[in-house]
Design a protein around this ligand. Structure first.
Ligand code: SF4
Length: 250
């Protein structure tokens, strides 16, 4: 018999049951949780959109190719002069990649990017009559265009939600929020397409990219200021009001 002072004996079976029940209760991709994340992102970043300066699908395609491993701010410094000199796909298609290299050097990886830009320009001119195509398959047929670039152009210019843009911010933060456990961009995109409602695919990426720049930075995220804080169980949080779900870490 337990005395008044001694704690009641716990039935091991019921502890195991309660423990596994509480683990089961937390589902990071539960629709309610995802809906709440999206709602708070809407409130914090109501007008989030693509930060790459562009006036046409062609300019957006060029800027997106240049933005690989480079900040949008640097791309936006380079593109005004680039578009002034070579305003059309035809003008860029007539170049040798080496001629483009000095123009885009500040964006890094300029040799590969020059080849991609001239190749994409030639593809647009020769295969699509000088107009940037508006489908995933057609965009992917252009040299230097992978799913991320195609999704940016389709989502931002054509307003077509064919997939989800997965850049470095979307990759990092979607994992912190446990909306995916994948490391590979293609798998992350597939995971996000399953848990995020279709009508939010375009906005989600824009908002998360803003969030990644403003608060959920790669090192030392600013969790104390984050509107998602009490929904987030990321292992590298810098401040927390919630118990970490160890079993749910990405
Ligand atoms: S709480 Fe921290 S880690 Fe989680 S989303 Fe916000 S800033 Fe990122």
């Amino acid at each position: 018999m337990p005395t008044a002072q001694s704690p009641p004996k716990l039935n091991k079976a019921s502890v195991r049951k309660t423990d596994s029940a509480s683990k089961k209760a937390y589902n990071p991709t539960a629709p309610d949780r995802v809906r709440e994340i999206l709602k708070r992102l809407d409130e914090r970043y109501p007008k989030a959109t693509c930060a790459l300066t562009h006036k046409s699908a062609w300019e957006l395609l060029v800027a997106t190719i240049l933005s690989a491993q480079c900040t949008d701010a640097t791309v936006n410094k380079v593109t005004p002069e680039l578009f002034r000199k070579y305003p059309t796909p035809q003008a860029m298609a007539a170049l040798k990649p080496e001629q483009l290299e000095p123009e885009i050097r500040p964006t890094g990886f300029f040799r590969n990017k020059s080849k991609s830009l001239v190749g994409a320009a030639k593809g647009v001119v020769e295969e699509f009559g000088g107009k940037v195509p508006g489908s995933m398959d057609e965009l992917l047929s252009l040299p230097g265009v992978a799913r991320k670039t195609a999704n940016v152009v389709l989502g931002t210019w054509f307003r077509k939600a064919v997939g989800v843009v997965v850049d470095t911010h979307v990759h990092r933060i979607s994992r912190r929020l446990e909306l995916t456990r994948s490391e590979d961009a293609r798998n992350i995109e597939q995971d996000l397409m399953k848990v995020i409602p279709h009508e939010k695919w375009i906005e989600y990426s824009h908002q998360i990219i803003h969030h990644g720049r403003a608060l959920c930075v790669a090192r030392k995220p600013k969790c104390a200021d984050c509107p998602l804080e009490n929904l987030c169980h990321a292992a590298d949080k810098t401040w927390s009001t919630v118990e970490i779900h160890n079993n749910a870490k990405p």
